[in-house]
Design a binder for this molecule. Structure first.
Ligand code: ZN
Ligand code: ZN
Length: 346
């Protein structure tokens, strides 16, 4: 359960609240952090790093849907309730978790004695991740192009899709253009979401409310511990069954189950080797590689708001310009860098 996961990570959550109180994003310079070998609390017992904390908080479809609706005007409990096909208990738990995680805050309601929910600065900063998820689902998931709303760039007045670029040099960037290594807090174990927020069955959807399958394949990928770990391992270069098994530290049945489901989703390709099954490999397909936008914006947000005390989880360098890679999104129509307030739903 997500809530169990939240309770299991007091370090990350107190950090999120502390950051929110200071209302300033975490420093972004890796140089401000000690090296891994000098960090006092680095080690197998240290808490989740920025990736693990971000996945623990956001690797849940209800949470992402609540955030999405907060962006488009939902504030009261009843607003979320009406827009989402969600039970009171689940909605209460998710809202509480998002408040604990520093993404939402409770604000007084005009109705005496009541409160509403508003996005915090870190919550508002999730717009890039939501846009990256929307773009990937729109482009790569069957049936989503006709179902998801279009996005409008207010600055140029045109419909667009977001282009992922390096914020230092404004050049488009894909997974092939970025060298990523683990940072001071970067172990694979600490990059996993704390707890195992199991994906729930979709349930019935009404005509006016969104069920929990708005981003079906994104949630199949980041919505559970082993799934996000599998895709993380693939992005780290794992291709052989044994490499996935070693990185995940999971039983072979779990590993083969996840690999098979990612092959079914078209995110991984199973490349068979005629010399024997031991030599076959699993490689990211074009669809899988396009997930880089989601992975990069999620990690970048995590490093800004939930960074571990001993430094970044991942140090990424844009090969073309040599600067630390921080993603920005640009409008495909006018090529200007997108700003949060310039993006609307058409
Ligand atoms: Zn660059
Ligand atoms: Zn534009």
């Amino acid at each position: 359960m997500l809530d169990a996961g939240i309770a299991a990570r007091p370090v990350a959550l107190s950090r999120a609240r502390a950051i929110e109180r200071s209302a300033t994003p975490a420093a972004t310079s890796a140089a401000a952090y000690p090296a891994a070998d000098s960090a006092p609390d680095a080690g197998p017992n240290a808490g989740p790093n920025a990736m693990g904390a971000a996945l623990g908080l956001l690797g849940d479809e209800w949470s992402l849907l609540i955030i999405r609706h907060a962006f488009i005007g939902a504030r009261r409990f009843v607003d979320f309730k009406q827009r989402l096909a969600i039970s009171d208990a689940v909605l209460s738990a998710r809202l509480a978790a998002l408040v604990d995680g520093g993404v939402l805050r409770r604000v007084p309601s005009p109705v005496a004695g009541r409160h509403e929910y508003a996005l915090t600065r870190s919550g508002l900063d999730l717009w890039q991740l939501l846009l990256a998820i929307w773009a990937w689902e729109q482009e790569h998931v069957e049936g989503q192009a006709g179902r998801l709303p279009h996005m409008l760039h207010a600055t140029c007045g045109q419909r667009f899709r977001p282009l992922l670029r390096c914020s230092a040099c404004s050049t488009p960037a894909s997974v092939d253009d970025v060298d990523a290594t683990f940072g001071p807090s970067g172990t694979f174990a600490r990059s996993l979401p704390a707890g195992s927020n199991r994906r729930r069955p979709s349930g019935a959807r009404s005509a006016t409310a969104e069920g929990p399958d708005m981003f079906p394949e994104t949630m199949a990928i980041i919505g559970s511990r082993w799934s996000s770990a599998t895709v993380g391992a693939a992005f780290m270069g794992a291709t052989r069954f044994g490499e996935f098994e070693r990185l995940l530290g999971a039983p072979p049945t779990v590993v083969s189950d996840r690999l098979r489901s990612f092959v079914d989703l078209g995110v991984l390709e199973h490349v068979r080797d005629p010399e024997g099954p031991d030599r076959s490999s699993y490689r990211l397909s074009a669809k899988g590689r396009a997930l880089f936008g989601v992975v990069a914006t999620l990690l970048s947000w995590g490093e800004r708001w939930l960074r571990a005390d001993d430094g970044p989880a991942v140090v990424a360098v844009h090969r073309a310009c040599g600067h630390g890679f921080r993603p920005e999104l640009a409008c495909s129509a006018c090529r200007q860098t997108l700003q949060r307030d310039d993006v609307t739903i058409d």
